[in-house]
Each structure stands twice: as C-alpha cells, then as structure tokens.
Design a binder for this molecule. Sequence first.
Ligand code: NAD
Length: 296
Amino acid sequence: MKVGFIGVGHMGGPMCRNIIKNSGHEVVVFDLDAHALEACTALGATAGASVKAVASEVDVIMTSLPMPKDVERVALGPDGIAEGAKEGLVYFDLSTNSPIMVRSIAERLAPKGVTMLDAPVSGGTIGAEKGTIAIMVGGDKAVFDAHLPLFESFGANIIHVGDLGAGSIAKIVNNMIAFCNMAAGAEGMMLGTVAGIDPNVLNQVVRNSSGNSMGFRAVAKKSLEQDWEPSFALDLAYKDMHLALELADELGVPLSLSPSVHNLMRMARGMGFGQQDTVAITRVYQETLNRKINEG
Ligand code: NAD
C-alpha cells in the first residue's frame, strides 16, 4: 500500500515518521514548509510535487492541517486531493476539524470515488513521537477495520466512535474539557502564589490531590519554567474551543465554562500570545497582576 501524508508539522511530522518506521508502507509527503518535509524524506519518504500529485499515486491519503478551511482547500481546492484522486482512494483527516466541515468535504469527494473518514488524534507532540496517541475515528466501519494496522503504526487506543463526524465531536469535547482544566489550573496557580504559597509546593500538592489533571500539570510545569514554546499553539486551541461553542450553538446545549475559557484565550491572543503554547493563557493573569508565578 502507498500512503500519502499532507501536513507534517508538530503532529503530522512525528505521526508520518512513525508510519515510515513501523508500517513498511511506501510514504509520499507534501508540506508547504521545506524543513518539515526534509525531516520525513530523511527517513525514506518521497516528496510529492503537490497535493494533487500525491493523491494521484497513493491508495490512502492523510491530512494533519491547522484549520478547517485549510483542510477544505487541500481536499477540494486547486491542485488538491479531488483533482488528483483515483477511484477508490481512502482519505483520513487527522486534523481537529468541524464535524459539519468533515461531512461537507466527504459529500463533495464522494462523486470522485473517494471515501473520507475523520480521525482526529489526542496525546500531544510527545504522544505523536512515541506512537501512543489516541485516534478517534468516524465513518465507514469496514474501511476503519481494513486500515487498523496502519493506524496502529502511529497510535494506540484507536477507537471507532461512530458515523462520519463522530470522531471530530469526541475530539472537540475532549479538548473542551482539557482547556477548562488548564484554565482552572492557571487561575489556581496564580491565586495560590499571590496568597503566599511557594508555587513549587503548590504544584506538588495539587498533583497529588483532587485538583490534578493533565491540563493542570501542563500549566503548572510550564509556568514554573516560564516556558511558552509552542507544542500546541494557542491559536489552534482557540479554534478547537470555537468548534465546541459552534456545536453547542447548533444543538442548543448550554455551556457556561467553555465561553469563559474561549474569552480568556481571546485575551491571550490579543496580548500577542497566539503563536505560543496554549498554556500561555496563564500569562493573562501574570500580565494583569504584573507578577510571575515562578517568582512567587
Ligand atoms: P502545525 O502548524 O505544526 O502543522 C501544520 C502543518 O501543515 C505545517 O507544517 C504547515 O506547513 C502545513 N500546511 C498548512 N497548510 C498547508 C497546505 N495547504 N498544504 C500543505 N501543507 C500545509 O500544526 P499541528 O500542531 O501539527 O496541528 C495539526 C492539527 O492537529 C490541527 O488541526 C491541530 O488542532 C491538531 N492537533 C494538534 C495537537 C498538538 O499538540 N499540536 C494535538 C492534537 C491535535
């Protein structure tokens, strides 16, 4: 089988390299960033000339792209997947995408003989490197079953969630929960520090108490180090939170925490932190109070 991979950034890069290392399939890659491409071709992948060119020569194609509109452009725009696809091409979108957009793209690709499934991932760049990311898949179950070994070459905890779009819904809900935990962690670290507790001690206490979560641990560690280098860019988290609010709007489901966290992210972006890691939401509190968590 020949596999195409479009978008080899923070997540796509390590996922693609694990496919190259673990699956034994031939891999063809495309990215707008030459450095990102080189990291995959150095391991034996071939660089395609365009998305269309990649689509024309593979059996399976995957995308890991920032925004829903990027996925739409790559799938259906000029020189995209639709233009190059052979009848029978299977397409997995690994991006965090809107379920509405996923269904719309799949509908427009179907006349070309392309079967699309949404397969967003969770576990961050570390999980992507280690091949331990969770993959939540929506769409045709028989296609999912047939490609399970391919998924296993770069992930663990691979779950078929339901119909097309169901993977994206599960992913959006997961991230909504994670970012609410992260925001609570940022507020807690700031409050405890201002109230006079050593932030290192506070981190130790909460890690071993009921306030613990992955989001808390990330915020505490990074704010103690004042390290805002992006592993998961705040701009992308803001997009995910927007997708959650959009879904809730569509369905009339009340959300009370998520709009506040979305607004906190908006403030952080307004302060110029959009390209930093999501944990930089902590900086809104630091800037407001003009003190850093690690300085007590
Ligand atoms: P990224 O910006 O690091 O990578 C995206 C890559 O896509 C870049 O290399 C970029 O050059 C490439 N790209 C953009 N437009 C392109 C186009 N038209 N043609 C070809 N290449 C193009 O982003 P990321 O952090 O890897 O995130 C990718 C997706 O995975 C997003 O949807 C994100 O929400 C999701 N995600 C990210 C993480 C994380 O921890 N970073 C975790 C889970 C899910």
